[in-house]
Design a binder for this molecule. Structure first.
Ligand code: GAL
Length: 411
């Protein structure tokens, strides 16, 4: 209903600008192949662990001033990773507070189910979609249908590789990895290491997640010269992305591989100095493996990303060394500002940034939804958190520090 109304209100030019962005929209999207179509029809019913929140969340929630807004579909990948719960909650809250109706779903890391969830949103006549993809290449059916229905898509945090996407909101993903690499470089003073050799292992993210390669490359580009020079030695020899990747960023998968590496290459007492982990859920698995299976007694430098509660606790306890924090409340504020500008037909460029009130860059070069189709992106700034600046998280107002020194997220 509302979309039809909105459609009447928007001029043709405005509607065209909504769908502008990454490439030519509908046409290009319609020709892409669809790997998810079969899966979509077979998508299982909600699994137990996610059924309740997803069902609750999927109920349409009219806001007080819904008539001034429109209907927004918010499709998040999973509740099994801490951050997405926060993203979903912040987006839902902020859009509602701005007068929109929302439909919020989590798809249990199942791409077929995410296609279904988005199709349901389209059937519910949403005006705009915000999608954090489980698999950037598996949403073509849903994206093509969105393009056909004239519903613009904001690719949230993870890029969807389909030209129906209008805009991308994320953090500077390459910089996330670069910060991890630079942290290792600085902590170990690699530039002045002389003949000293540090032993390193690497755990990367989910190959289906378009971000994972950026994180890996950002870190490895910093560390590669030291690996080539022999200052950093990967004892397992396992370095290429596919070998060190972790499907679905799963903690247990990361734990198992770390246990295998430790028992195969470090059981003889070889010292492990650093484990580059792309994010916190994998760092958690690696830290567990080191606690249970590492023969040495030195503390191993472990990196992470996200600021998950368990990892912040590990940072306080000296089990994990750092995390790259991404303020996802700010990410949702930028997304709201962008969505409002799109729906009111404003020009989308860097001139919007002051109205967000959040530090970010408008980047029209770095991301492509298909070869040659640049996707205009708003990229926020990630920060390094260690045990020395945990107070910065408390200062955001998003975390509280308990008497025991541990942080808990307020959301
Ligand atoms: C990435 C995201 C990270 C991390 C990871 C695991 O796409 O950018 O912040 O959460 O997924 O969910």
């Amino acid at each position: 209903m509302k979309r039809k109304l909105l459609g009447v209100l928007l001029s043709a030019a405005m509607a065209a600008s909504l769908l502008a962005g990454c490439g030519s929209g509908g046409d290009a999207a319609a020709t892409t192949t669809d790997g998810a179509a079969d899966a979509a029809t077979e998508a299982p019913a909600q699994t137990e662990d996610e059924a309740e929140p997803a069902e609750d969340a999927a109920v349409e929630t009219p806001a007080d001033t819904a008539s001034t807004g429109g209907k927004i579909g918010i499709s998040m990948p999973t509740q099994s990773l801490e951050r997405w719960n926060r993203d979903g909650a912040y987006l839902d809250e902020q859009f509602k507070a701005a007068g929109f109706e929302t439909i919020l779903t989590f798809s249990d890391n199942d791409s077929g189910r995410q296609v279904n969830d988005i199709q349901n949103m389209l059937a519910d006549e949403v005006d705009l979609l915000i999608v954090a993809a489980i698999d950037g290449e598996a949403l073509n059916t849903a994206m093509n249908e969105a393009a056909d229905a004239g519903v613009p898509v904001i690719s949230y945090d993870r890029l969807i590789l389909n030209d129906a996407v209008s805009y991308y909101v994320s953090f500077d993903n390459y910089t996330v990895g670069k910060l991890q690499g630079e942290f290792i470089e600085k902590e170990l003073d690699l530039a002045n290491a002389g003949d000293k050799v540090y032993n390193l292992e690497i755990t990367a993210g989910d190959p289906a997640d378009n971000n994972a390669g950026y994180f890996y490359n950002g870190a490895v580009d910093v560390l590669k010269p030291y690996i080539d020079a022999g200052t950093l030695n990967i004892v397992s020899g396992q370095m290429d992305f596919d070998t060190v990747a972790t499907a679905q960023w799963n903690t247990d998968t990361a734990l198992e591989r770390a246990q295998n590496v430790l028992s195969s290459y470090y059981a003889d007492g070889t010292q492990l100095d650093v484990w580059l982990c792309s994010n916190d859920s994998t760092a958690l698995g690696v830290a567990q493996a080191i606690t249970s299976d590492y023969a040495g007694s030195n503390s191993v430098l472990i990196t992470g990303q996200d600021g998950d509660e368990a990892n912040l606790k590990n940072i306080v306890d000296g089990v994990q060394t750092m995390t790259v924090y991404k303020n996802v409340s700010n990410e949702s504020i930028v997304t709201l500002g962008l969505a409002k500008a799109m729906l009111s037909g404003e020009t989308i460029d860097e001139s919007l940034i002051p109205s967000f009130g959040i530090e970010c860059a408008f980047d029209t070069e770095s991301y492509e939804t298909s070869a040659g189709n640049k996707c205009p992106s708003f990229l926020l700034v990630p920060n390094v958190i260690t045990k020395d600046n945990l107070q910065d998280l408390v200062d955001t107002g998003l975390y509280t520090m308990g008497d025991d020194g541990y942080l808990s997220a307020n959301q």
